[in-house]
Design a protein around this ligand. Structure first.
Ligand SMILES: [Zn+2]
Length: 180
């Protein structure tokens, strides 16, 4: 059998050979650690900027809860903002959310919502430990999830420091509504 037939479907990252810098992953983890102390989930999105060739980490306005998190703004808000403000085209390529101190196993809610073929989905758990645990997967047109390797999505960029989770991205408290 031809090798290509083993991989009939690819994510945006696999198709383009692009990887997201670990510095951005660490910035998400830094925020997720803060929310984990409050036992709250949190989510973010990675965009590929086709005009700069770089990735953006974006925290949408969101409602955060102990067992779920959901956007509180329309889909495409960041894409429209970057087009209007900077005349740059950004494409959503990876969604990431955190399960605070719990394991990064996908919940039934996750399985129901993470169903866009080609999207990379990452869940981070055990966030109060030194090294968090990660689940990575995508969704196939055949209606199944399939696991990805962490290294299918992220790479160690220049300037990245192992397990340095102190570099906070710029975030504003008003973006997060806590639901108890
Ligand atoms: Zn989840």
């Amino acid at each position: 059998m031809q090798n290509t037939q083993n991989k009939p479907f690819q994510t945006f990252l696999e198709r383009t050979g692009q990887r997201i810098p670990l510095t951005l992953f660490n910035q998400f983890v830094a925020v997720a650690k803060m929310f984990s102390r409050l036992k709250l989930e949190v989510r973010a999105e990675f965009y590929f900027n086709h005009d700069t060739g770089k990735f953006n980490l974006y925290f949408p306005q969101q409602r955060v809860h102990r067992y779920w998190v959901e956007n509180d703004e329309p889909d495409g808000t960041f894409v429209n903002y970057m087009l209007d403000k900077n005349d740059q085209f950004c494409e959503l390529v990876c969604e990431i959310h955190a399960h605070h101190e719990m394991a990064p196993f996908p919940s039934s809610t996750d399985n129901a919502s993470e169903r866009l073929p080609g999207m990379s989905y990452v869940i981070v758990g055990h966030l109060l430990k030194d090294i968090p645990a990660v689940t990575a997967r995508t969704f196939l047109p055949t209606e199944m999830h399939t696991d990805l390797e962490f290294s299918d999505i992220f790479y160690a960029d220049k300037g990245y420091v192992t397990h340095d989770y102190d570099q906070l991205p710029s975030i504003k408290a008003k973006w997060f509504e806590i639901v108890r």
